[in-house]
Design a protein around this ligand. Sequence first.
Ligand code: FHN
Length: 415
Amino acid sequence: MKDTKQKWFRDAKFGLFIHWGLYSVLAGEYKGQKTVHIAEWIMNRLDIPVNEYEKLAGQFNPVHFDAEAIVKKAKGWGMKYIVFTSKHHDGFAMYHSKCNPYNIVDATPFKRDVLKELQLACEKHEMRLGLYYSQAQDWHDPDGYMALKDNSNKNFQAYLDRKCIPQLKEILTNYGDIALIWFDTPMGTTVEQSRGLVSLVKDLQPNCLISGRIGNELGDYMSTADNFIPLLPYSGDWEVPATLNDTWGYNKDDNNWKNPDDVIKLLIKITSRGGNYLLNIGPDSLGQVPQGSLDILDRVGNYVNENAEAVFGTKPLAVPYPYDIDWAGFTHKPHSLFLHMLKGQKRTIYLVRIDNKVEKVTLLKDGESLPFELSVNCEGESIIEIELPPSLQERAGFCIAMHTAEEEPLFESIR
Ligand code: FHN
C-alpha cells in the first residue's frame, strides 16, 4: 500500500492534467498524414526525424496562452491541483531551461516561460502545482529512451547526467513549491537510477510527492493505467490520469468528447474507491483550451461545487457494497453517508441490512429534507427507504446525504 502521508493529496480527489508542447503545432497531422494514436506521440509514431520535429519550435507562438485563466478555471471546477508537462517524451522543455536550449524561451518566437507564468498564477490562486517530467523517454536526446524503437545502443545514464538530472534540478529550484513530480514510462530505468531520482527530488523539495511511474515501486502513490478505474476500493493513495477525448496532446480531429454525466460518474466511482481523478486538457498551438473540454469541465465542476461536501476529504466505504451497480456511488465522512445518484431512478431507494440510526436525509445541494423510513422488510432485514420527490425522479447528478448517529456507515446493499 502506498501512503503519501500527505493529507492534501488524499483529500484532493480532483486535479487538472495539462499536456501541452510542440506536438500541439502538428495537432495530429504531419505532412498530410494523420496519426491514429495519441497526438503527443506523433513524432514517434510517424517517425519524424529529430531535425524536422525541432523546426516546430520556430512555429510555436501560443499568443493566447493565459496561465491565470486556466488556473482560475481549474479552481472554479473545484480542482485542487494542476500537473503540467514541463517536458514530455519529445524532449522539448516548456520552461526556460538553462542547461538545454531546446525550450520554449530559447527556441520559439514566443520566448515566454509558461511554467513561470503558471507558477505565479497558482501561487496567486492558492493552487498546488505538480510537474510532469518524462524522465526516461526523451526522443530529442540521442541517449534518451524511445518506446517502440531499438534502444540497445543508448547510454541512458549519460542522458540522465546530461539532461534529466540538471533539468529536474531546475524545475525543483526555480519554480517555487512543487506539489508532485509526475514521472512517466520508466522503461529500462534501473532501481539504482530510480533511487537516484527520488533522492534528488526529496533533497531539493522534501514534501514533493513522486508519482508511481518513477518505476521500481519507488513512487509515493500509485498511478493507475491511463483511464483505468479499479473495480474495488484500493487502500492507500492513488490517482487515475484520464482524458476527456482520446488524446492527451491536442488533436484537431479528435472530437470524441466524453459525456459530462459519464465523467461525473467516473469521478464518483474513483472518489468512492478512495482515489484522485486527474483530468486532462490539451491546449492547442495558440494556447487555447479546446471548447469541448471546457464544456465538459463546466458541467462536472457544477456537480463538484454543488456537492463538494460529499467529494473532498471523503473516504471510501469500509463495508463492501456491489461496486458494479452503475446508478449509485457512495462516499462518507464521520456521521455522514453520501449517496451519489449517477443515473435516474423512478422509485424508492432501499439500503438493506442497515445498522445505522439514520437521523436525517437531505438533498445535499440545498439541504432540502427528503422523506425516509427505517423499517424491517419481510425477509427480516433492517432497511431504510428513501422516497425520491417527483422532481428528482429519473434525474441523475445529485447527491443525498444521510446523517447517522454512528460514525461509520453500516449497510450491505442498495436496491
Ligand atoms: O506516453 C504517455 C502519454 O503520452 C501520456 O503522457 C500519459 C498520461 O498518463 N502517460 C503515458 C502513457 O501512459
